[in-house]
Design a protein. Structure first.
Length: 106
């Protein structure tokens, strides 16, 4: 279940939420607001940012199509400097507010 304080991100998720090392997962957001969107990997307690996953401008709307973004991620640092294993949060931040989603990397 997503946690956070953003009423503008209608949906966030990682499919599957258990990522097998080297297999791709879908990182998804649907937003009704526009702005600069960042997607980051955080420690499970949400206190420490581990790495940035994606940054983009998003044009939100409630029409069902705009504001929808899917990226793929394989559980490895985007700069290919390290692999991850364990429990984490993926955090989407938009207009100073965020949503978190718990994941596990095996």
């Amino acid at each position: 279940m997503p946690l956070g304080n953003s009423p503008d991100m209608n949906y966030v998720g990682v499919i599957p939420y258990i990522i097998k090392q080297g297999q791709k997962a879908f990182v998804v957001v649907k937003s009704s607001s526009s702005g600069e969107l960042t997607i980051d990997l955080y420690s499970r307690d949400g206190k420490t940012k581990i790495t940035a996953l994606h940054h983009t401008s998003i044009t939100g709307d409630a029409d069902g199509l705009k504001g929808f973004l899917i990226i793929t991620w394989d559980g490895i640092d985007p700069d290919k400097k390290m692999t991850f294993k364990g429990d984490y949060l993926v955090r989407w931040t938009l207009n100073g507010k965020y949503r978190d989603y718990a994941i596990q990397i095996d």
